[in-house]
Write a protein that binds this ligand. Structure first.
Ligand SMILES: *Cc1c(COP(=O)(O)O)cnc(C)c1O
Length: 391
């Protein structure tokens, strides 16, 4: 039997009746766009995250884009973010004509390192640009661009260090957006992921901890004015109605059918979060035997991870992947090439070596099968294979 990397089929069996019933209801009522299921989902998501507003949207990427649009981000704005993330995080910054500025990550959590960000901002405040690549430094020196905000990412399901990030945002007058595409369901100091910044965004891409059967996303905020702006942006910048357009917006809506699927999955989600945690704890326990040949993920005090990925670092990734492949065990790499070295961002002028922590992690990281329905005996096989390959 083939071991799946993420087992959506077994999950479907848990929600099948509810999903089919809800889809049937929608086929009958016919409100395919912004139907009652969308409103119901938004209420439940807001309650889950303990925030005032949850605004669903067409994808995690569009959630980030809409958030930046609501904050009026555009040419002249520098937005600080991590290079060790999915392209969408920084893509949306560039898409609006703003400048992504990368800050290397913390070697333990793989999340944006607040100390490095603080240093960079302190230098910029003194007019120093030595830490920036030439094309960005020149624009700073010319006064063409200036710091505007931060997008932090909760990588692999672990929230970033929000107390420190909030302090920095406050001190320098920057906005803070939480890219919680991987962390929906995680907790930071008693608060839910996606509620940890001015705006929190998540993704319902099928492979995320809470996924639908297509593309989807949501933005979370306690700020009434930002929520109103997001609702307008989501429907072509609508004013009083769709044909009264007060600003430039998008078609950024979540389909009613996807909302219905998410409603069915949200019912079992808290249990799935516990099951994910149990799987992760068994990995951590079982893989200790492979130390010091591998680096295991760490969850700092006061946080929980929702384990979107279970990622380890090994010195010889190719060998491990080969051994696991021969044993029928799939692996994945998030991410092979940090964003500052992607061709899409070549114009920013970052050189290899400029983000050493991210670059080293990118060479060693590998993710193991991870989902709530991973059976113990299958997991034991994976653990055994990893241990023997790394010894
Ligand atoms: C998946 C992901 C996104 C984008 O979400 P989509 O729904 O695929 O658009 C953004 N940021 C991070 C960190 C992600 O993992």
């Amino acid at each position: 039997m083939k071991i799946p990397f993420i087992d959506l089929k077994t999950q479907f069996r848990q929600v099948e009746n509810r999903v089919r019933k809800k889809i049937d209801q929608i086929l009958e009522h016919g409100q395919f766009i912004l139907g009652p299921e969308v409103t119901e989902l938004e209420e439940k998501l807001a309650e889950f995250c303990q925030v005032k507003h949850a605004i669903t949207c067409s994808s995690g990427t569009d959630g980030l884009l809409m958030s930046l649009m609501a904050l009026d981000v555009g040419p002249g704005d520098m937005v600080f973010t991590t290079p060790f993330t999915f392209i969408a995080t920084a893509e949306v910054i560039a898409l609006l004509g703003a400048t992504p500025v990368f800050v290397d990550v913390d070697p333990q959590t793989y999340n944006l390192d607040p100390a490095r960000l603080k240093n960079l901002l302190a230098e910029l405040a003194k007019g120093q640009t030595a830490a920036l690549p030439a094309p960005i430094a020149e624009q700073v020196q010319a006064g063409v661009i200036r710091p505007k905000g931060i997008i932090s990412v909760d990588l692999f399901g672990l929230p970033a260090k929000y107390d420190a990030l909030q302090d920095i945002a406050q001190e320098y007058g920057l906005f803070l957006i939480e890219d919680g595409a991987q962390s929906f369901g995680a907790v930071y100091q008693g608060k839910k992921a996606c509620s940890l910044a001015q705006l929190g965004c998540t993704s319902f891409f099928p492979a995320k901890p809470l996924g639908c059967y297509g593309d989807g996303g949501a933005v979370f905020t306690d700020d009434d004015a930002l929520a109103a702006e997001l609702l307008s942006i989501r429907v072509h910048g609508k004013g009083r109605h769709k044909y009264d357009n007060r600003r430039i917006g998008l078609n950024g809506r979540l389909d009613t059918l996807q909302a219905a699927i998410l409603l069915a999955k949200l019912d079992i989600f808290p249990r799935e979060v516990e099951m994910r945690s149990k799987v992760a704890q068994r990995y951590l326990q079982g893989l200790k035997a492979a130390a010091p040949g591998i680096v295991l993920p760490e969850v700092p005090e006061g946080r929980t991870s929702v384990w979107a990925q279970f990622s380890i670092q090994v010195p010889d990734r190719l060998a491990l992947q080969g051994a696991l492949r021969r044993a029928g065990i799939p692996t994945a790499i998030y991410y092979e090439l940090p964003l500052h070295l992607q061709q899409a961002f070549a114009h920013l002028g970052y050189d290899p070596g400029s983000m050493p922590v991210s670059e080293q992690i990118a060479q060693r990281i590998v993710s193991l099968p991870m989902h709530p329905y991973l059976e113990e005996k299958v997991q034991d096989r994976i653990i055994k294979e990893v241990c023997s390959a790394c010894r």
